[in-house]
Design a protein. Structure first.
Length: 145
């Protein structure tokens, strides 16, 4: 689960970085430096974004661009690109079937987790790449001053 959460963050950072540095030649090495990662992993992530039709890039050519305006791409769009039907929170169903709490509790918790999932996805649909770009630029400006 941590990998998926980190992956979402990294994919979002790639899109924000590309938008902030729009018009510049951005290599996978440069993106990897920003992510504190390696270029090979960045190329895999760019492939995921391309497959989800969020990013347009050509093999062997440095640089990539968003396929839609940053106002039209949401965190939920990126989340869907990496989510294979998994939910954010997982219930442990491997509890004791010899214990009444172990039998009942997973079902109780599942109902709450489903509500959390729905609310999280609603929030993700409201946050755009444009908003993340603006907030990132504001944060950068505060650190430069």
């Amino acid at each position: 689960m941590t990998m998926a959460n980190n992956r979402l963050s990294d994919l979002l950072q790639i899109l924000v970085y590309l938008e902030i540095h729009h018009g510049e030649v951005i290599t996978s090495e440069r993106l990897a430096s920003s992510l504190n990662s390696n270029p090979s992993l960045v190329r895999q992530m760019i492939g995921q974004l391309r497959k989800a039709e969020l990013l347009c890039s050509r093999r062997g050519v440095a640089g990539a661009t968003l396929t839609r305006s940053p106002e039209e791409i949401t965190v939920h769009d990126v989340y869907k690109a990496i989510n294979s039907g998994d939910t954010l929170l997982k219930v442990d169903y491997r509890t004791s079937q010899e214990c009444s709490v172990g039998i009942a509790f997973p079902n109780v918790l599942e109902k709450h987790y489903q509500k959390i999932q729905i609310e999280a996805e609603i929030q993700m649909k409201q946050i755009t790449i444009a908003q993340l770009v603006a907030e990132t630029k504001d944060d950068i400006a505060q650190h430069v001053e």
